[in-house]
Design a protein around this ligand. Structure first.
Ligand code: HEC
Length: 103
């Protein structure tokens, strides 16, 4: 039984560490969410980012998948401008972040 308990403990530690550190791309996306121009947080609510914008849909409610975020950023949609000035890595980081942080 001891090895089972140790396994569960290690898993718990790994999960906790994963939540605290997330990964670098998700962290970068979280930062970009409030710092790109214009900031996503001006227009969108997203609890994880502390964002309460109400011009666009709540991303917590929309829960867009990765590809939907990438497309919105590349082409713009409705009132939302395209973010063509962002690099590919920044777009990928934002898409990873938004598609995993929406709750
Ligand atoms: C100037 C306000 C504004 C800003 C800034 C903005 N958005 Fe939006 N966004 C909108 C609006 C409005 C919509 C709804 C457009 C529609 O459906 O007509 C939208 C829609 C979306 C959608 C849904 C697209 C779909 O397929 O329905 C996603 C995902 C999204 N935004 C992500 C982001 C991210 C990530 C950022 C920051 C990089 C951002 N938005 C910045 C206004 C904004």
């Amino acid at each position: 039984m001891a090895h089972v308990q140790r396994g569960a403990l290690l898993l718990g530690v790994a999960l906790t560490a994963g939540m605290v550190h997330a990964d670098a791309e998700v962290e970068a996306g979280r930062r970009l969410f409030t710092t790109v121009t214009p900031a996503c947080s001006v227009c969108h609510a997203l609890l994880d980012a502390g964002a309460q914008g109400a011009i666009g849909p709540s991303l917590d409610e929309l829960k867009p998948d990765h590809q939907r975020v990438v497309t919105a950023l590349r082409t713009g949609i409705g009132q939302m401008p395209a973010f063509a000035h962002l690099g590919e890595a920044q777009i990928q980081a934002l898409a990873r972040y938004v598609s995993t942080a929406a709750q």
